[in-house]
Design a protein. Structure first.
Lengths: 265, 286
C-alpha cells in the first residue's frame, strides 16, 4: 500500500509521519490496566502501541460485542471482521459490551467526528437543518453512548477550519454542551472530552468553562497556522508546549503493529 | 423489518436483494448499522422510514443514496428515526420482554432527543435529586431477517462470534426468517445448546442460503469482500450509477444462486478454509 520511499530524506524532515505522531499521542492517553472502547483504524493501532509500551494490561472493547487483550493481527476494515474475533477474550452481544459503559465500568473511549466545537461537542449526523440538511452524515453509531458514559473521551480528528467550529449544527455526541457544568446538569456520567488529538496539535479543556484550549503544538507546525485553521478564537493553556516526538520504543512498537506501513504515509 | 442486527457481520444481503427484486415499497428498515444494505434499499425506492444508528458504507465512507434521500428527497423522501447503538438495543430489549419503554442514560445531551420525537426526557422518579433519563419506547419489528452459521430444519440456530443485537431483535420481532449458511441435523444443534442464539420455536421460515451475507463477513465461513464495498461506493456516486449497479447485481440477477454463480471465483476466494475450532464442552449428565 505505501509508495516506495526515496533512499534519502532531507535532514529536516522528522523520521515519522503526522499519522504516526497522532497514533503515538493517542497511545499515551491510555493508562495501564484501563478498559478502553477502541473503535476502528487509528485508535486500534494506538491501543496496540499502548499495550506494547506502557499499558500491557489495557483491555480493548468493541461495541459490536468483542473484547480483546492482544490487538488483532492484520488490517481490519470493520470491528466485526474475522481477525478481530479470532483469539478474542470475549465475543458476545452489543448490550453486554455497551452495558459496561452504561454501568460506569469503562475508563476511556475513542471517537472521531466530522465537526467539533469549542466545548468538545461532536456532530456526525446533520450539517445544516435537521429537516432539510445540507449534508446528511452517516449518524451516531455508538459514539453518543461512549461520549456520555465513558469516564473520559479521547477525540481524534483532522484539524481544519470547517471541522473545528464555534458551534456544531447538531450534537450527536455530547462534550461539555454549553460549557461550565452543563454536562453534569444534563445527567452525563463521564468527565467528557479530555483531549482532542489533531494532525496539527493537541487540545484540552481548560478553566471553569471547560472550553477546548491549545495544549501542545506538533513539531513543524506553528501557532499562526493552528489559529488560522480553527473556527473559533482558540486560546492556549498557560504552559503551552510542543508535542513530544515519538520515542524509539514507541516507534518500534508502532512498526511491530503496523507491519504493512499503512500509517507511515 | 430488521435487516441485520449484528452490525457489520452477518448482514442478510440476500434478503435485501430479494426485497428490491420484488419491488417492495414503504418499508421501515430497522438496522443499527447494516453497512450498505440500507443504502441499497433506499436507492431502489423501497424505503419510507429508517430506524437506526448509522447508515453509510463502513469502509467506503458515506452512503450516496442515503444522502440523496435525506438532502433532496431522491428517489423519495425518507423519515429518519435517530438512535444510538445502545438506545436502539435497549428499545429491542423492551420490545422483547414486554416493557412499554425503558430508561436510557447514554443519549442524554445528544440532539437525538430533538430529532427523534419518540424519545422523551423524564426524571428518575426514585431519586430525591434531579436525575434526567431518556425514555425509549419498545421497538417491536414485524419481521427480522437474520443470518446464522448453521441451523436445523426447525430453525434452531447456532451463531458464534460477536452478535450485536441479534438476540434482542429476534425476540422482539413478531416473525423471524433465518438465512442459514448451512442446514444441519437437529442432533448437531442439540449437541451444544449453549451456542443456540435463536431457538426454533419462534422461527417462521428457514432458508438455506450460503453466503447470504456477501459482501459482509460471517465468522468462520466467509471473509469480508472489501473491494465490493469500495466498488459500490465509487459506482453509486450518481443516481444513474446506482441504477446501473443495482441492475447488474440485483435486478437482473434472478436469485441468490445466480448471484453466487456471478461472483464465481471472487466468492470462492472469500471462503474461509482455515480451521480454528473451539474445545468441545461436555454436557454429560452422569
Amino acid at each position: 500500500m505505501p509508495p516506495s520511499k526515496p533512499p534519502s530524506k532531507p535532514p529536516s524532515k522528522p523520521e515519522y509521519s503526522t499519522q504516526e505522531l497522532m497514533i503515538i499521542a493517542a497511545a499515551r492517553e491510555i493508562k495501564d490496566g484501563e478498559r478502553i472502547f477502541v473503535g476502528m483504524r487509528l485508535p486500534i493501532t494506538a491501543y496496540g502501541v499502548a499495550r506494547l509500551t506502557h499499558a500491557p494490561n489495557a483491555v480493548g472493547l468493541f461495541e459490536s460485542g468483542v473484547v480483546r487483550y492482544e490487538p488483532a493481527e492484520g488490517m481490519l476494515y470493520t470491528m466485526c471482521d474475522g481477525p478481530n474475533q479470532l483469539g478474542a477474550a470475549w465475543t458476545t452481544g452489543l448490550i453486554q459490551i455497551m452495558g459496561l459503559l452504561s454501568g460506569g465500568r469503562i475508563h476511556a473511549g475513542f471517537i472521531g467526528g466530522a465537526e467539533i466545537d469549542r466545548f468538545g461537542n461532536i456532530n456526525t449526523s446533520y450539517i445544516g437543518d435537521i429537516d432539510a440538511p445540507k449534508v446528511k452524515l452517516p449518524g451516531s453509531g455508538g459514539a453518543p453512548d461512549i461520549a456520555a458514559m465513558a469516564e473520559r473521551l479521547i477525540i481524534v480528528m483532522n484539524h481544519q477550519k470547517h471541522r473545528l467550529v464555534e458551534r456544531v449544527d447538531y450534537i450527536t455526541s455530547p462534550g461539555f454542551l454549553d460549557g461550565g457544568d452543563a454536562r453534569a446538569r444534563a445527567g452525563l456520567a463521564g468527565a467528557g472530552p479530555q483531549v482532542v488529538i489533531t494532525d496539527r496539535a493537541i487540545l484540552r479543556p481548560f478553566g471553569p468553562e471547560n472550553e477546548l484550549h491549545l495544549a501542545s503544538i506538533h513539531p513543524g507546525h506553528t501557532l499562526d497556522e493552528i489559529l488560522e485553521n480553527t473556527g473559533w478564537a482558540l486560546k492556549s493553556v498557560p504552559d503551552l508546549g510542543e508535542t513530544a516526538p515519538p520515542s524509539e520504543p514507541e516507534m518500534t512498537a508502532l512498526h511491530r503493529i503496523d507491519k504493512e506501513g499503512f500509517w507511515r504515509g | 423489518m430488521v435487516l441485520g442486527a449484528a452490525l457489520e457481520n452477518a448482514i442478510p444481503f440476500a434478503a435485501t436483494h430479494e426485497l428490491i427484486r420484488q419491488g417492495r415499497r414503504d418499508l421501515n428498515v430497522i438496522a443499527p448499522i447494516s453497512d450498505i444494505s440500507t443504502d441499497m434499499l433506499i436507492g431502489a425506492g423501497c424505503v419510507a422510514e429508517v430506524t437506526g444508528a448509522w447508515v453509510g458504507n463502513v469502509s467506503g465512507g458515506m452512503g450516496h443514496n442515503y444522502r440523496r434521500a435525506a438532502e433532496s428527497g431522491q428517489p423519495n423522501p425518507i423519515k429518519i428515526w435517530d438512535y444510538s447503538n445502545f438506545s436502539i438495543g435497549m428499545a429491542f430489549f423492551a420490545g422483547a420482554y414486554g416493557l412499554p419503554y425503558i430508561p436510557v442514560k447514554s443519549i442524554l445531551g445528544s440532539d437525538i432527543l430533538k430529532s427523534n420525537s419518540r424519545i422523551k426526557l423524564a426524571q428518575n422518579p426514585f431519586s430525591d435529586e434531579p436525575e434526567p433519563v431518556a425514555l425509549v419506547p419498545a421497538l417491536k419489528p414485524d419481521v427480522a431477517f437474520l443470518v446464522v452459521q448453521r441451523s436445523d430444519r426447525f430453525g434452531n440456530s447456532h451463531i458464534w462470534g460477536s452478535t450485536g443485537l441479534t438476540q434482542e431483535a429476534s425476540i422482539a420481532a413478531d416473525r423471524i426468517v433465518v438465512l442459514a449458511d448451512e442446514i444441519v441435523e437437529p442432533e448437531v444443534i442439540a449437541s451444544d445448546p449453549s451456542r443456540v442464539l435463536i431457538p426454533g420455536f419462534g422461527v417462521n421460515a428457514v432458508c438455506h442460503v450460503p453466503a447470504a451475507c456477501h459482501p459482509a463477513p460471517l465468522i468462520g465461513r466467509w471473509k469480508r469482500d472489501h473491494a465490493f464495498f469500495h466498488v459500490y461506493h465509487k459506482e453509486t456516486r450518481e443516481p444513474e450509477g446506482f441504477q446501473r449497479w443495482c441492475g447488474e447485481w440485483v435486478r437482473d440477477v434472478p436469485d441468490h444462486e445466480a448471484y453466487r454463480a456471478k461472483l464465481g471465483g471472487q466468492l470462492e476466494e472469500l471462503r474461509i478454509r482455515g480451521n480454528a475450532p473451539s474445545a468441545p464442552a461436555n454436557y454429560a449428565a452422569e
